[in-house]
Design a binder for this molecule. Structure first.
Ligand code: AMP
Length: 222
């Protein structure tokens, strides 16, 4: 494995990108760049960016490409990204992917792995509706799946568990439609490059994690 690994995680809302990315980032000491988390923090802080994106996020739409490309350019320029990174939630459109290619080219960097997590649509809805997220450390729980030991409190850090504003069923279905229309084509965009892998995202998080680390260690199997 190279010292500074650069990974893109693709997958629909609820496919398990966040959970997988957090664990990979911890294990391989990579910067976890989750654009949804960055935007939610901006909304919470009431910054100019936050005020600009809040409505579109709550409706399950996509923040404009120009805003996202500027955001990612700033984030990749930060020192922690130099030791490698995982992009979780970016790119989400072909235009963003093309802009990322240009940006990496200018930095003389390339992407080592692109993983696409596949999960059937009805499972995606069930996973998102009922999801609870720790307001402190970002760990995900589920009302019927990964249930916290104490209701509304994170097992790891004791932070308060909250429902995301965009996890209501109608908004989740809208986000899935946006995913099919705008983000799913990225599987074809990256499919042609040797770094691309389809991953079955339906098993338990531990199984998904081990199938991905198999690829990272060069022992992956289709
Ligand atoms: P996520 O936490 O990745 O599900 O992202 C939550 C929301 O943030 C999305 O539904 C979008 O509104 C917005 N968002 C996050 N990343 C992007 C992106 N790369 N392009 C456009 N909008 C984004």
């Amino acid at each position: 494995m190279t010292e500074s690994m650069r990974i893109i995680l693709l997958g629909a809302p609820g496919s398990g990108k966040g959970t997988l990315a957090s664990r990979l980032a911890r294990e391989f000491k990579l910067a976890h760049i989750a654009t949804g988390d960055i935007l939610r923090r901006a909304v919470e802080a009431g910054s100019v960016l936050g005020r600009e994106v809040e409505a579109v996020m709550n409706q399950g739409g996509l923040v404009p490409d120009t805003v996202m490309v500027d955001l990612i350019a700033d984030r990749l320029a930060q020192p922690d990204a130099a030791r490698g990174f995982i992009l979780d939630g970016f790119p989400r459109t072909v235009a963003q992917a093309m802009a990322l290619d240009k940006l990496l080219d200018r930095m003389s960097l390339s992407i080592d792995h692109v993983f696409h997590l596949n999960v059937p649509e009805e499972d995606l809805v069930k996973r998102s509706v009922g999801r609870r997220v720790c307001s402190e450390c970002g760990r995900n729980y589920h009302l019927t799946g990964a249930v916290p030991r104490q209701a509304d409190r994170c097992d790891e850090c004791g932070g308060e568990l909250r429902e995301r504003d965009d996890d209501g069923e109608d908004t989740v279905r809208r986000r899935l439609k946006v995913y099919q229309d705008s983000t799913r084509p990225l599987a074809e965009y990256y499919g042609a490059c040797g770094a691309f892998r389809e991953v079955d995202g339906t098993p338990a998080p531990d199984v998904v994690y081990h199938s991905v680390t198999g690829w990272l260690r060069g022992t992956g199997r289709r």
